[in-house]
Design a protein around this ligand. Structure first.
Ligand code: BG6
Ligand code: MG
Length: 217
């Protein structure tokens, strides 16, 4: 059995924080008079905080100063941090621990590849930090997804060539990032939305240990 690098996105893959990002962006957008729908939210998944705010401002035709931009980013994050304050292991998505434990048992290296600057806090809250051999988050990259930087750094830290890495992603931007890194992309979510991924599963309960073993060949 060969060694592969397994790279997991965080929000919407390991934990169901996507709903809290949505609520915090919706509160912020509405507070500045911009409508915000779940369809639009889909385009913000995997996208950095600054890029997300830029998109919302563009949808609402708003021009603001740099200072106001910073204040809005902080307001969104404070709101988001309030939502996640009481998070615990019960918010880990279905069968994620089984997959992480299976890969650990097979001595496969595992990295986190997230756009979020809150990734470490969240992994600590849900007590999964120790399951990862490397963590790459929004504090470690210069270019946001769909740029492949976050996953390429992950591969480097795991010491595995990109072509031998497998990425789990719930966002279009993240699937595109994995594809441009020449990694295998596994979409978690809707087949229609994630149609650029190599494989798509509704959630980890559909990913069997046999399927994971196939990836190790
Ligand atoms: C991604 C989320 O993982 O992280 C996005 O899918 C979010 O919705 C981005 O905007 C940045 O997160 P944070 O926690 O640094 O604002
Ligand atoms: Mg995500």
């Amino acid at each position: 059995m060969s060694k592969k690098g397994f790279i997991f996105d965080l929000d919407g893959v390991i934990v169901d924080t996507a709903k809290y990002h949505f609520l915090a962006w919706k509160n912020l957008a509405n507070s500045i008079g911009v409508d915000f729908t779940e369809m639009q939210n889909e385009q913000l998944k995997g996208v950095s905080r600054a890029d997300s705010l830029n998109k919302i401002l563009a949808w609402g035709n708003k021009n603001i100063s740099e200072d106001v931009f910073k204040a809005l980013m902080n307001r969104k994050n404070d709101d988001y941090l309030n939502y996640i304050e009481k998070m615990d292991a019960s918010e880990i998505l279905v069968d994620v621990p089984r997959v992480l434990d299976f890969l650990n048992d097979q001595a496969q290296p595992i990295a986190l590849g997230s756009a979020s600057k809150n990734a470490r806090i969240i992994l600590q809250k849900v007590k999964l930090l120790k399951k990862f051999n490397a963590i790459v988050d929004g504090n470690d990259v210069n270019k946001a997804k769909p740029d492949p930087e976050v996953f390429l750094i992950g591969a480097q830290l795991l010491n595995i060539k990109p072509a031998f890495c497998i990425v789990f992603e719930d966002s279009v931007a993240g699937v595109q990032a994995a594809n441009s890194a020449q990694m295998i992309s596994i979409g978690i979510g809707d087949k229609e939305i994630l149609n650029e991924a190599d494989y798509v599963f509704k959630d980890f309960s559909e990913i069997t240990n046999d399927f994971l073993k196939e990836l190790l060949k």
